[in-house]
Ligand binder design. Sequence first.
Ligand code: GBH
Length: 459
Amino acid sequence: MQRRFPEGFHWGVATSAYQIEGAWDEDGKGPSIWDTYAHTPGKIRNDENGDLANGHYHRYEEDVALMKGIGTTAYRFSIAWPRIFPTGSGKPNPKGLDFYSRLVDQLLAAGIEPFATLYHWDLPQTLQDKHGGWQSVETAKAFADYAGYVAEQLGDRVKHYFTINEFRSFVEGGYQLVDVKVGGKTIQLGGAPGLRLSDAELKQVRHHAVLGHGLAVQAIRARGPAGTRVGFAENIRVAVPIVDAPEYVAAAEAATRERNAGFMTVMLEGRYTDEYLAEAGGGPRFTDDELDTIASPLDFVGINVYRPGWYVEPADEPPGYREIPINASHPKMQSSWHVLDPEVMYWAPKQMQSIWGSKSIFITENGCATGDVVAEDGKVYDTDRVMFLRACLGQLQRATSEGVPVDGYFLWSAQDNFEWIDGYGNRFGLIYVDFDTLERTPKLSAEWFRAASRANAVV
Ligand code: GBH
């Protein structure tokens, strides 16, 4: 029996600007904090950077054709803010906008629906220098102005926007670097801008990030044409119940709600939880008006789902659940953080519906890095990615078959690309990229993806 998805389900792939575009200083683009960070020796594995990346800025026509060839019906790309406003605000750069305008035309001609993410971490460097980035409310305001401008300019053709990608990753990672020892070497886990703030200061950064999201939602609604739809794309940390039984499921929901307090929970509920506000160190400072803005109504929610956050079981004492540490021997995909449990793809959207009543959910990212090599016949046999996708989409289909309103899935990623501090080492693509020649080769997993998209089912 075919495990089908609902009619009209989107079969998407996702990328982000800094990870694929290259052309870091072309056509009037200003520098971003990721240009600065990756140009700093010792920050990225092998001191690699995104200066050239996949050369997508010049190869976008080929890339759209490849996506079409592998059965993609939707594409989630990000817009580089410093291409549009080289210094973050002020006078827009028409050449920057023109690139995305041409990309969108190309997508529509190929029958691929464009979904634009407005912030995938490449903050204009000027806003970092002037305001300390998201440490200041000024950055949140500048973000809304930029978001509104894009919706106004591209709104005739782009109907879906995601404000910010993975609040948690760029806030915690960028503003509170962590040192870890790996084989005698110290590695700084995190990313740009690479600060080391206190916990209370970090809470203020989180607050400005969700406020920036809310202000952007309002600006997009005010300046985009009628019918423009908007939501966020957050890396939800999901508590997985050890047993699929009501008391365990309730314990897991309570844990998920609490552990996403600074991002998802405040964006969907318009309040910080008591536990979050009571944490040692204090913060954040906020007003009731700001909370209303942060919780501006959305058309959909986007969740990036890679790994279980925790396993939980019910407990008699408060908070009513107990977290169970993940065993050291738990299976993983190639990235060191990537604990494998396909069931998280069932629980994540299920909990969006049961905790917050979400009515339209997109899986904005899911995927894995695998150790891909080109075989003698020129093909790339990523059987582990095929296994991963079949298992994850099987769990997603289980959710939709129970009435969880998931409207689409975006696989991370269309192509191998610059994987932040891991450089070009961790390959997440359906399409293999030779980073010497920039030649693209669809992998075995692309064949699976095309078949699944055509059948609108787990195949
Ligand atoms: C996403 O990051 C990004 O949106 C995307 O740009 C990236 O290329 C892709 O996924 C693959 O990594 O607390 O153990 O999870 C999500 C993944 C989130 C991985 C933060 C590292 C910190 C360690 N990152 N995570 S953990």
